[in-house]
Design a protein around this ligand. Structure first.
Ligand code: HEM
Length: 481
């Protein structure tokens, strides 16, 4: 149990807090009762602004007892927490939803995490990025040629563009038909699992069966086992990709470094999940923003046109020059960080510092066991680092910007391993798509009288599932020729 320190004033009181996982996960925000899961993204920096400090304390009274939690929007305090040898750890016990198929790198800590990282990190190589690029280009061309064909305009309610990790190259047509012996497609099972992991661990088995959620989990496991089986049976002598590295580790005799079957499945799942969910949602948000800000879309189009070769198909070597693509997805991740907060917990009594609105240093006494949330959603709207933070302005990422105040991939030792993977995939997707199609929001007479701000709020409406999830807002893709 952690008691609040009298010398650092708490701001918000709730009866139920993070300790009451079911209430915290399932209920909407209710003043004095429960904090709710999407409130931080709705508030962004507003609570910090009101307080005049960038570290906000929350006290939950029945959680199960008194629980103190801090939310941090100060890049300097975040560095104190995530820096080498700091007395903080990742509370992996909060990641139950991601462990449904087995222990894995994202939901572990300590020695187990080190073991997984040793197997997984070396697989994110330059060669792997090149493979990601080539796969993405092929998948996108397949979408344009085989699915969209010669239609002048295409309307899509929710276009999740992700090419898939592990070099899996499914055609867009295959994505609509369940695999042999399956009831739903791989994409559908992944989507359903991703949106239902929290309910799955809370619901009793009979309720999961009844609601149909169980089917998605069963299908997902079948798909993963088939994937492993298929890759195991092809020669892996010269393969250094991620899936092969995981399978090789499953065959090791040394139990300290080997992955058992559950660990193999658990890590395959989180890689599929990380590769699909965060990246796919970010690309969807990027297209919404480009549709809302047509001048930014035009600037991006002109930039891409100036770099693309005559074939219209960019090469891997064009990646560093496609700077405005990088700026667009960075700005998207600033405004809509799909992982909006990362939890940490103190492992010893310690003291942190932050600054108040007058620039004075303020000490924060931290008892052992105190919960922290490193808030990307608030840090990215902190006006000390970002000018006019509610406006989509990729230009901010074309010049010099504060790296410490940009934390969508986390920071410190638990930084995202797939950042380059995502950047490679996202650049190829934007360059190919925007060169060929103009993106706009589908007009609807129902919303004829809305202002720009109302429209923006409607299109950028999010829900907080495992990650920040876009609403279904229909987009129109109009061929440029
Ligand atoms: C827009 C895309 C992405 C975003 C915003 C993102 C964000 C993050 C964040 C915030 C974390 C830390 C999570 C936590 O500790 O709670 C993380 C961890 C991780 N991410 Fe990503 N990620 C993205 C894409 C990817 C992709 C494409 C992959 C794999 C292909 C990936 C693999 C991982 C792994 C393995 C970790 C765990 C690292 C560790 O704990 O050592 N991520 N990511």
């Amino acid at each position: 149990m952690c008691l609040p320190s009298p010398s650092y004033y708490p701001t918000n009181y709730y009866l139920l807090g993070y300790g009451n996982k079911a209430a915290h996960t399932l209920l909407p925000p209710i003043k004095w009762l429960v904090h709710g899961s999407n409130i931080d993204f709705l508030h962004k920096y507003a609570e910090f602004e009101r307080l005049g400090v960038d570290v906000d304390a929350t006290i939950s009274v029945l959680s199960p007892w008194v629980e103190l939690a801090y939310k941090v929007a100060d890049p300097d305090t975040i560095k104190q927490i995530t820096g080498p040898r700091s007395p903080f750890r990742k509370p992996s016990e909060l990641y139950g939803a991601l462990s449904v198929f087995g222990p894995n790198i994202i939901a572990s800590d300590g020695e187990l995490w080190k073991k997984y990282k040793k197997i997984i990190a070396p697989a994110f190589t330059e060669g792997n990025n090149r493979l990601v690029w080539d796969t993405t280009v092929r998948v996108m061309l397949d979408l344009f040629e085989d699915v969209w064909g010669d239609q002048k305009t295409v309307v899509m309610a929710l276009l999740i563009l992700s090419t898939g990790i592990f070099g899996m190259e499914t055609s867009w047509r295959d994505r609509t038909v369940p695999g042999l012996g399956h009831k739903i497609t791989f994409q559908e099972s992944l989507r359903l699992v991703a949106t239902n992991t929290k309910s799955y661990i809370i619901l009793p088995k009979w309720a999961a069966e009844l609601s149909g959620i169980q089917l998605a989990f069963t299908e997902m496991e079948m798909y993963m086992r088939e994937l492993i089986q298929e890759r195991s049976s092809t020669s892996s002598a010269n393969r250094h990709d991620l899936l092969s590295s995981l399978i090789e580790a499953n065959k090791l005799e040394d139990l300290d470094s080997a992955l058992n079957d559950r660990e193999l499945l658990g890590n395959v799942f989180v890689m599929l999940f990380a590769g699909h969910e965060t990246g796919g949602h970010t690309m969807c948000f990027a297209l919404f923003l480009l549709a809302l800000y047509p001048d930014e879309q035009d600037a991006l189009y002109e930039h891409i046109k100036s770099i693309l070769p005559a074939s219209g198909v960019p090469e891997y070597s064009d990646l560093p020059r496609l700077k405005r693509c990088h700026a667009v997805y960075n700005e998207t991740l600033r405004m809509l960080p799909t992982v909006q907060a990362v939890p940490m917990v103190s492992t010893a009594d310690t003291t942190l510092t932050t600054r108040d609105r007058n620039g004075e240093t303020v000490a924060i006494p931290v008892p052992k066991g105190t919960a922290f949330s490193l808030m990307a959603s608030a840090t990215h709207y902190n006006p000390k680092y970002w000018k006019d933070p509610y406006t989509f302005n990729p230009e901010m990422f074309m010049g010099d910007w504060n790296r410490d105040a940009f934390i969508p991939f986390n920071t410190g030792s638990r930084v995202c391993l797939g950042r380059r993977f995502f950047e490679t995939e996202a650049t190829a997707i934007l360059a190919l798509l925007i060169a060929r199609y103009k993106v706009s929001i589908k007009e609807d007479p129902k919303f004829a009288n809305e202002t720009f701000e109302q429209k923006k709020a409607r299109i950028l409406k999010t829900t907080q599932l495992v990650s920040l999830t876009p609403a279904k807002a229909p987009l129109v893709f109009t061929r440029r020729d």
